[in-house]
Design a protein around this ligand. Structure first.
Ligand code: SF4
Length: 334
């Protein structure tokens, strides 16, 4: 599949790769006309680069990974063009990604950018108006090629200059995936993730956690933003935040994330969760967290309560905690 990259290329393109079928096909379509293509992916607390890494390995294309955390956190707080169905600022997110990719394109000496967008495939982010907004806002409108739907759009600079052969670009549009499936077969692509999914900002349950964080601690501390995807999140009656590990991986993540300013609670003698209370936890909330730890921990029939370890302000103590009733603390889960 990488044979075309070894021939003398007519031009060099940097293509945004999510790991989904469309962005994978965009690379195939450009490579099929002898262009040298490298890929770029963005990662943040809300989406990972894993699918793109997998797709890049299958395509044998060089992948540039860009940390997009600051940009996306800013857009979640102030999305100029609004949200999709949840807290996903897709139009602005696309524009900002293309803008960052454009800077990289110039730094690395590429001729053009490319994306796998398909006109009218997604109601919010891929209608003609959204594509135009992205083009205006990204600052690289005339160097952005959309190989899968280019025939429906005005020719861009690399097409006008003949770097990209426009006649070999496609005219896909709409929500049907039939044409993409046929192309995937043609290019020998067998594995790809489903088109939806992968971005936590589209999940309403996850967005409750974001809204709570925005309203209380704020979004400035990226450590807290990253922890939104770990464990169960509770807002305790004293106002403190409490994250409860659901499994060993969560527990290890929470323990590793704790700083001297946080409180950490864990079960000492029996398997149970680790709980992180970021910031200065009050005595009332800390006592409740110990009781929640006891409620989730395995029970010992000979014990009056559960022995829990508590670390706060660098001091470690042990205490016996009686479990808090589940129906009480389940109301605090975000
Ligand atoms: S789904 Fe998420 S990652 Fe994709 S454009 Fe929308 S906000 Fe950005």
């Amino acid at each position: 599949m990488n044979a075309t990259n070894s021939e003398a290329p007519r031009g060099r393109g940097l293509s945004l790769l999510s790991g989904g079928l469309d962005s994978t096909l965009a690379i195939c379509v450009l490579r099929a006309q002898g262009l040298h293509i490298e890929a770029v992916v963005f990662e943040s607390p809300f989406f990972t680069s894993r699918p793109a890494r997998k797709a890049a390995a299958l395509l044998d294309v060089r992948l540039h990974v860009v940390d997009f955390s600051h940009e996306i956190v800013g857009l979640v707080q102030h999305p100029p063009h609004g949200f999709g169905g949840a807290m996903n600022p897709c139009v602005d997110c696309h524009a900002a990604m293309i803008q960052r990719a454009g800077v990289l394109m110039e730094e690395l000496g590429f001729d053009f950018l490319a994306t796998g967008e398909v006109l009218n495939q997604r109601p919010m982010s891929q209608n003609r108006r959204s594509l135009q907004i992205v083009q205006q806002d990204c600052g690289y409108a005339d160097r952005l090629v959309r190989p899968l739907c280019a025939q429906h759009l005005e020719p861009t600079e690399p097409e006008r200059r003949g770097i990209v052969d426009r006649t070999r670009l496609l005219a896909l549009h709409g929500r049907s995936r039939q044409a993409q499936m046929a192309l995937a077969k043609e290019y020998g692509i067998r594995e790809y993730p489903s088109p939806a999914g992968g971005c936590l900002l589209t999940e309403t349950g996850f967005c409750r956690r974001i809204q709570d964080l925005m309203a209380r601690e704020g979004m400035a501390d990226l450590r807290l933003v990253r922890l939104l995807r770990t464990g169960r999140h509770l807002r305790l009656p004293g106002g403190g935040k409490c994250i409860v590990g659901r499994n060993r991986a969560d527990n290890e993540t929470l323990a590793a994330a704790a700083t001297d300013g946080d409180a950490l609670v864990w079960s000492v003698n029996v398997p149970g969760p680790t709980l992180l209370l970021p910031g200065s936890a009050g005595d009332y909330d800390l006592a409740l967290a110990c009781g929640i730890c006891a409620a989730y921990a395995d029970k010992r029939t000979d014990a009056a309560g559960t022995l829990v370890g508590v670390q706060r302000s660098g001091v470690v103590q042990e205490r016996v905690a009686a479990p808090v009733a589940r129906e009480r603390f389940e109301a605090w889960i975000l």
